[in-house]
Design a protein around this ligand. Sequence first.
Ligand code: SAH
Ligand code: SF4
Ligand code: F3S
Length: 453
Amino acid sequence: MTDRTFHIITFGCQMNVADSDWLRRSLTGLGFSEAPFGEAGVYILNTCSVRDKAEHKVYSELGRIRHLTGNSPDILIGVGGCVAQQVGKKLFSRFSQVRLVFGSDGIASAPQAIDRLAHQRSLRISLLDFADQYEERDTRWSATETAPPSAFVSIMQGCDNYCAYCIVPYVRGRQRSRAPQAVLDECRALLERGTREITLLGQNVNAYGLDGGSGGASFSDLLHQVAALPGLARLRFVTAHPKDLGDDVIQAFRDLPVLASRLHLPLQSGSNRILKLMGRRYDCERFRSIVDRLRAARPGIHLSTDVIVGFPGETEEDFEQTMSFLREIGFAGSFSFAYSDRPGTKAALLPDKLDKPAKLARLARLQDWQYNYAWGILKGLVGETVTVLLEDLCPSDGQGGELWSGKEERGHSVTVRCTGPAPAKGWRGAMLPTRVTEAGMHALRGEQCGEGW
Ligand code: SAH
Ligand code: SF4
Ligand code: F3S
């Protein structure tokens, strides 16, 4: 019999983080309780398959649990998310403790499956089918639960873009938009329980509704509807796609003050030739024009991006074009990755693959530059007054006041010394006026300089 304690390990993007949060709540509702690594009866790995390395981490984690628990049959492992969808039932034969595999749609029935598996040791369950429509889950809150200050709300599943390098459409399925009413209901329930900031989630939010699942609402319609909800202090969304980002969304940055001054806009490459091979369906000229219009609509907006270096056939000149485009746009942050072959993708079949040292050398050049540039931006914020949404209490440094961490409007992390009277509802979830006093390498530090609200 498996002990009714669980431990969830999450890899990958914000969608997996949101899925894991939901699973945690759902299992708790079924009478399971959370336990530290090494002390749980049930382990859930919510996995990512976007790069080879991410996939390998899953196997090493499964090996670690097997080793730690002496491969005991009392331990139950569920593997969910993108590696589960990709590898499927083969995980059963490789790891005897794995008795549940579930994909991004199958997760809706995973809590009940775990409940059954905890009683029946000989059972194995796979939940790998894709649903035709957005698969709604039970997101009701119990009377005793409090919501986090900042929450993710999914607005769609899957992706239809099939960028040449990307495995996501194969492991998350076709794009299916969620009904606006369901999105709004989930947002309202969060706001009623104390959430102040909402991040709308999808692989390509700008294509929201194009699959017919939204009953005619576009992404900017949805933005306006969510922005109007009472109690919302800050709204964000991720991920935008330059191919589908239209003027209506750009105008939303002018018209909706609640929309945070930050946009993550993945570039992938600054070479038009490589963008074409990647199947991204925009060029640098379009990207530049979006950025110009965004900066006109919302002066001071900070942008961040994703870049892949070493795509098959990328020359030194292509890479230099990426570097000069990054310098030109001036992203406040970037996530950059060495290209990784993924099974079943178009790029995996392309000629002229670069070797690993060449990819890593370019990655290091890009990251060195970006790191210094981003730090320069953080240093430029010293002396400014920002509003920080306080999320987590930090260990005290003995210098007085409480230390809280959170994010300011442009998405930068700030550790704030809170010295004034605590807001009526407490520090957690407060929007706190803060004077930035110092720029660390990854985060800002600041002092409370007004009353929280
Ligand atoms: N839907 C988002 C991102 C999804 S994956 C978008 O369209 O931008 C997150 C990031 O992983 C991508 O933006 C890309 O930069 C990177 N990525 C995806 N596949 C990759 C691969 N095969 N090799 C290296 N990086 C990859
Ligand atoms: Fe992958 Fe492209 Fe879809 Fe993003 S838009 S998830 S990179 S296929
Ligand atoms: Fe990874 Fe799946 Fe997200 S592959 S990036 S966890 S959609």
